[in-house]
Ligand binder design. Structure first.
Ligand SMILES: [Zn+2]
Length: 153
C-alpha cells in the first residue's frame, strides 16, 4: 500500500473531527456549501463499500441514524444527501482509494449561525457541485461545536 493521507490524518486535520466510533470517524467538511456538511471516514484502509465488513456496515447504520438525527435536531436539516463517490482517487494512474462518505444536509428553510444566514437554494433538487463552500471561521467553529456537543452527549 502506498502512503495514504486518509490513514495519516494530522492533528490539524482532526481539529474538526466531531465524533469517533471504533471503526469510523466523522468530520465537519472543509467545504460548507451545505451548512453542517460532514464526511464519514472508515478508519481502516478499504477501497469500496463492497469490501466493508459486517461490523463496519453495522456501525455505519448506527452512525447514519445518529448523525442524521443530530443535523435535524441541531441545525434543522429537512433531509440528508449521502454519497460515496471516490472519483478523485481515480485521477491517478495507480489509484488506492480510502473509503469515505459525504453527507450534505438539505434545508427547506434558512439556517442562522452567528447572525449569518445560510440558504439551501437548490432544496428539492440535486446538490450543486460548484457552490462556494467557504464560510467564516467562527461559523465553522460554532457548527463544529454544536455537532460535537450533541454527538458526544
Ligand atoms: Zn488509507
Amino acid at each position: 500500500m502506498k502512503y495514504c493521507d486518509w490513514c495519516n490524518l494530522s492533528e490539524d486535520d482532526k481539529q474538526f473531527q466531531v465524533y469517533e466510533s471504533s471503526l469510523w470517524s466523522v468530520f465537519l467538511s472543509d467545504e460548507q456549501d451545505y451548512i453542517g456538511r460532514c464526511i464519514l471516514v472508515l478508519k481502516r484502509h478499504c477501497g469500496s463499500m463492497s469490501e466493508m465488513t459486517d461490523d463496519e456496515w453495522e456501525e455505519l447504520r448506527r452512525l447514519v441514524c445518529e448523525v442524521e438525527t443530530c443535523l435535524k435536531t441541531v441545525l434543522g436539516a429537512t433531509l440528508c444527501n449521502w454519497s460515496c463517490l471516490m472519483n478523485s482517487f481515480y485521477k491517478e494512474s495507480d489509484p488506492d482509494p480510502h473509503l469515505h462518505i459525504h453527507l450534505r444536509p438539505r434545508y427547506d428553510k434558512p439556517v442562522m449561525i452567528n447572525g449569518n444566514t445560510y440558504i439551501d437554494s437548490e432544496f428539492g433538487h440535486h446538490y450543486a457541485v460548484n457552490k462556494s463552500g467557504s464560510i467564516p471561521a467562527e461559523d465553522k467553529e460554532e457548527v463544529s461545536d454544536l455537532l460535537k456537543e450533541w454527538l458526544n452527549r
